[in-house]
Every structure is written in C-alpha cells, then in structure tokens.
Design a binder for this molecule. Structure first.
Ligand code: NAD
Ligand code: UDP
Length: 317
C-alpha cells in the first residue's frame, strides 16, 4: 500500500512510519514540525519507499494516490497543547476534515489517533469504549479534548454520509524512545530530572493514577486495528495502573538516581485516574501489551541519557 501518515515526524508517528516501512509499504509523511522533528526520521531519509512533505494538514493538499491514511497530527502533551491551543483545535477540526476529504477522494481507508482524554476526568473506572466521558468543555484542556471528540464525530460522519472505511483508536499514555524530553509529560519530566539528579516534580499529592503503555505495544495495537474491520473506537493502552508517586519510584529505580521528590500544584482539571479496559482489543484484535513499566523504562533509558546529554552539550555551546 501507499500510506499517508500525518504527524509522522512526532513520537508515535515516526514509530508508525518505521513499522509500515518494515511491513513493505510505501509511506508519505506529512508534518509541519510544530512539535515533531526531523531527527525522529533520520533512519528513513535514505529509504526509497519513504517521502517527507513539510505540510500543515489544515490546508488542503494532495500527495497523489493513497490507500490508507493514519491521521496522527496534533500536539499531544498537556504542555504542548496548552502552548498551541488554537493550532490544536485547528488540526483536530480543519485538519481532520482535510484528511477525511483526501481519504474520500482516493477511496482510502482512514484511521484517526484519538485519545483517553475523550473520557476527561472519568467517573467510570476502568474506562470502557462505551463510556461517554466527563469533559469540561471550557476548561484549559478542552482545546485538546474537544478537538479530539470533534475528530471522532467527523470520522463517524464521513463513514455514515460518505461510506468511508474508518477506524478510531483511543490511545492511552504511551512512552518510549523519541518522546520529546521537553514536552512536560510525566515520563519525560521524571526521566530527565532523574538523570540530571534534580528533584522529580510530582503535581498534587501524586496519588492520581495513569496507565503507561510502551511504544512497541502501542504501535502493534494500532496496526492490528488498522487491519481489522471494527469501526467503533478501540482503547489501546496498558491496563497496569500506577500512582504518579509509584511512577516516580520506578524511574528512580531504573535510573539509579539519588533525586528526591518535590511536590508542586496540580494543574486544573488534571484527571484523577486513568486505566483502559482493553477487553475489546483483546477479544477483537487478539492484542495484549507485553512490556511492563520497569522494562519499558529500561528500554528507554539509553534514549533519555542521549537526549539529556545532547541538550546539555547544546546549552554549553
Ligand atoms: P507528537 O507531538 O510527538 O507528534 C505530533 C506530530 O504532529 C508532530 O510531529 C507535529 O509536528 C505534528 N503536527 C501538529 N500539528 C500539525 C499540523 N497542523 N499539520 C501537520 N503536522 C502537525 O505527539 P505524539 O505523542 O506522537 O502523538 C501523536 C498522536 O497520537 C496525536 O494525535 C495524539 O493526540 C495521539 N495520542 C498520543 C498519546 C501519547 O501518549 N503519546 C496519547 C493519546 C493520543
Ligand atoms: N505529572 C507530574 N509531574 C510532572 C508531569 C506530570 O506529577 O512533571 C502528572 C500530571 O499532573 C498527571 C500525570 O502526571 O496527573 C500524567 O501527566 P502527563 O502530562 O504525562 O499526561 P496526561 O495523562 O495528564 O495527559
């Protein structure tokens, strides 16, 4: 197939491009480099089946015949989407419509990267796909949450009105090599702080929970869904749930760091708990995450060491 990956220079998009190339497909990556970077694609620049387009996907474009679109373009970390609030709303709305139109034009299949944020600060735990969510439509996180909820609605509408062959993946917190070290997410912050022997910044009392999925598991789940026929949302994430304090302990153990913990204020509308119910992915796709948090952090250690090292070299220049 000839596959378009929007947001392909980002963390997940670049791993997806790697996996699609490894599966024998041709890949066109469209990215405006808002939060992604070309370093994530270094391994693909000499690959003849790979093309890079520097492109804002909110503006209509046509890369030629396409068989499948993976729409991953969007700032994803709270720090990034709060900094780029309007761009986040635009890429989730106008960007999604542009990509859905492109899919209609080429009769291509379409898969949208949605998120556990669609559940907001959930009142149901763990979160099943049938849960409609608990989202503050006017709070600071709404630029992301509502853009993604719109993107899901648009995807379903193109299926209903234009008979497009669509998929929706609800991704839960994913980490691993290429997670930007300055995106403010908990794993990137803690790894960076531990490696610099600075205090780990725990927001609130640290008893809020998250479930962390290693990137290879996430990509395997997304590819399994892309090959299946399910068009309703499917959660892909790791159901092992940790408090943020437990996550800090895990990072300290894996890095062997002597860092301490420093408590800071909890951001507004920070969800108190998050854990995917993955029964649907297990049953429908035969998919199961394999990498537990300690192992995933160990597998990510070299990347974070190098990233911290190159950042301090840059700063000394
Ligand atoms: P990322 O910031 O690393 O990658 C996003 C990419 O999209 C970047 O390369 C950025 O430059 C690009 N982009 C943003 N706006 C664009 C535009 N208008 N036109 C073209 N490119 C644009 O983030 P990520 O973690 O790789 O997330 C990828 C997707 O997965 C996002 O849609 C995100 O909402 C979703 N997701 C990620 C997670 C996670 O834990 N990483 C969780 C839930 C959902
Ligand atoms: N968090 C934290 N310290 C940090 C960064 C994040 O305690 O330095 C907390 C944050 O308040 C949230 C959780 O870790 O409760 C996960 O935050 P992240 O930004 O990684 O993703 P979210 O799941 O909130 O989108």
């Amino acid at each position: 197939m000839r596959v378009l990956v929007t947001g392909g220079a980002g963390f997940l998009g670049s791993h997806l491009c790697d996996a699609l190339i490894a599966d024998g497909h041709s890949v066109v990556c469209a990215d405006n480099l808002l939060t992604g970077c070309m370093v994530n694609l270094t391994q693909l620049v000499h690959e003849p089946r790979f093309e890079f387009l520097q492109q804002d996907v909110c503006t209509p474009f046509d890369p030629g015949k396409i068989d499948y679109i993976f729409h991953f373009a969007s700032p994803a970390s709270p720090v990034d989407y709060l900094k780029h609030g309007i761009e986040t709303l635009q890429v989730g709305s106008a960007g999604t419509i542009t990509c859905l139109d492109l899919a209609s034009k080429h009769h291509a299949k379409f898969l949208i990267a949605s998120t556990s944020e669609c559940y907001g600060d959930p009142l149901e735990h763990p979160q099943k796909e049938s849960y409609w969510g608990h989202v503050n439509s006017i709070g600071p996180r709404s630029v992301y949450d509502e853009a993604k909820r719109f993107a899901e609605a648009a995807t379903m509408a193109y299926r209903r009105y234009h008979h497009l062959d669509t998929r929706i993946v609800r991704i839960f917190n994913t980490y691993g090599p290429r997670l930007q070290i300055n995106d403010g997410r908990v794993i990137s912050n803690f790894m960076k702080q531990a490696l610099r022997v600075e205090p780990l910044t725990v927001y609130g009392d640290g008893l809020q929970t998250r479930s962390f999925c290693y990137v290879s598991d996430e990509i395997a789940g997304i590819l399994a869904l892309s090959r299946a026929s399910e068009h309703l949302p499917v959660n892909i994430g790791n159901p092992s749930e940790f408090t943020i304090l437990e996550c800090a302990q895990a990072v300290l153990q894996v890095t062997g760091s002597a860092s301490t913990v420093r408590f800071e204020p909890l951001p507004q509308d920070d969800p108190k708990q998050r854990r995917p119910d993955i029964t649907k992915a297990r049953t429908l796709l035969g998919w199961e995450p394999k990498v537990e948090l300690h192992t995933g952090l160990q597998l990510s250690l070299e990347y974070f060491r190098d990233a911290v090292q190159s950042e301090s070299t840059e700063l000394r220049k």
